[in-house]
Ligand binder design. Structure first.
Ligand code: SF4
Ligand code: SF4
Length: 441
């Protein structure tokens, strides 16, 4: 009974801290702007199965993608076993889900095998981080703390797997020695249980209890550390893929107010059509973190910092300052910095800084070719170019700031209706000597 009370207390503390963190994040989401409407659930579900659970984008790098997919699938399976541990801890049962019969055997067997596979994959990931100079993990945005953060999270996962394997092995060894029924199937546990040969049941039980508590406490600690680390993607990546922008890559969202103005100018009848939105324009584009949409912020929390986007960015590859990963990471960092002030003092709060310029320079923004290679490569369907274009919109529409060549194009479009410095009347002059009838008016 004491064990159950202690466990219930630990669960309460874990849930309390976790709920506090989530409430804090929800308050930050409330500061953001609306994005696209979330509909077409069937299609979204298919994208989630394909990209998130099928890990299709990850498999573009087949070898390391395979290990990453193993970790992801392993987590999903092992999570089921963790639910059973919580039930056992709270109610003092032994393998509460054994009522599921063969399904329980399958869950336990896959969890046991995946624990080993995940542990091996994590050792590979850790070795890569510690001993190999992987270009994708470098960049101006990747500070020492980002690498430490990744190493801590990977080490925690490794400990989780080792404690799970130890627990399974001790469970098999203990039950075999006492003649009790072993609930579930543990292919790896059976092999590892031979290490316990010669130990007395009491010591085996102590190892089991030690591994059980280590595993469950690590899960609780991990769950509460994740929201503050890059490994928050463990929670966020699947929903982020579900909430993907479904428009084709390269299709930029129009600004409703501007679209209406243009339609008005082209056809006065549209002035009486239902307005796209009634809210007044507070800002054109994105200047600071309160101008981003909830999806931009969701993306920033989900980013795995894997660097696949930056590794294919033509601007980055040709030595420009732009790194699409940095753009996404900056949104998260800026919300962390300004969010508390906005929450406590309202939207008038200012710290005399902004996302554009203090975090992301104009040089970075104008280096983007909007080729969408980053968005295509991102394993969790983050769309960088729409965010970049929105920041450019702010620069152009509110500050009139753009590189000289682009300003020249803007002014010729305004004056001539085309990006070239010729009068519209001269548009067909190229055809005047042709031996065919061309109407020049
Ligand atoms: S869209 Fe922009 S940021 Fe993305 S890969 Fe192309 S140039 Fe780089
Ligand atoms: S934006 Fe996507 S591709 Fe880029 S680092 Fe984040 S998760 Fe990786």
């Amino acid at each position: 009974m004491t064990r159950q009370v202690i466990f219930a207390f630990v669960v309460l503390i874990t849930l309390g801290i976790f709920a506090w963190t989530i409430m804090r994040i929800i308050r930050y989401f409330r500061l953001t702007k609306p994005a696209f409407p979330v509909r077409d659930f069937g299609r979204r579900f298919r994208v989630m199965l394909d990209v998130a659970f099928g890990q299709t984008k990850i498999f573009r790098s087949p070898v390391i993608g395979f290990f990453h997919a193993l970790v992801f699938w392993g987590f999903c399976i092992i999570l089921l076993g963790s639910i059973e541990m919580v039930i056992d801890g709270l109610f003092g049962t032994d393998k509460a889900l054994k009522v599921l019969g063969v399904l329980h055997d399958i869950i336990m067997a896959s969890g046991d095998i995946f624990a080993l596979l995940v542990a091996l994959s994590i050792i590979i990931f850790l070795s890569r981080r510690l001993f190999l100079h992987i270009k994708r993990f470098q960049g101006i945005e990747m500070k020492h703390k980002n690498h430490v953060d990744a190493i801590i999270a990977l080490s925690l996962i490794l400990l989780l797997m080792i404690s799970l394997l130890g627990m399974n092995a001790a469970y098999v060894a203990g039950h075999r020695l006492s003649g009790n029924v072993i609930h579930g199937v543990y292919p790896v546990g059976v092999v590892l249980s031979h290490f316990f040969t010669g130990m007395v049941p009491y010591h085996i039980h102590m190892v089991y209890e030690g591994c059980w508590w280590t595993h469950i406490i690590l899960i609780f600690v991990f769950a509460n550390i994740l929201p503050y680390s890059k490994h928050f993607h463990v929670f966020m990546s699947v929903p982020n893929v579900f909430l993907s922008r479904l428009d084709p890559l390269g299709k930029l969202p129009n600004m409703d107010h501007v679209t209406k103005e243009v339609k008005l100018m082209l056809n006065p009848d549209t002035a009486f059509a239902a307005p796209a939105t009634e809210t007044p324009v507070e800002r054109f584009g994105i200047k600071d973190v309160e101008d981003v949409t909830w999806k931009n912020y969701f993306d920033s929390l989900s980013c795995t910092q894997c660097g696949r986007c930056t590794s294919v960015c033509p601007a980055n590859l040709t030595g420009k300052k732009l790194s699409p990963r940095k753009i996404i990471m900056d949104v998260r960092a800026r919300m962390k910095e300004k969010g508390p002030g906005l929450v406590s003092q309202g939207k008038e709060y200012t710290d005399n800084k902004s996302l554009v310029r203090d975090y992301i320079t104009e040089e970075e923004l104008w280096a983007c070719t909007t080729c969408n290679a980053c968005a295509k490569e991102c394993p969790i369907n983050i769309n960088h170019p729409t965010l970049i274009v929105d920041m450019r919109r702010y620069l152009v529409m509110e500050e009139g700031s753009a590189p000289g060549e682009i300003k020249a194009v803007f002014s010729t479009i305004e004056n001539n209706g085309a990006p070239w410095q010729y009068s519209p009347e001269d548009r067909m002059l190229w055809a005047k000597d042709l031996e065919m009838k061309v109407h020049l008016s």
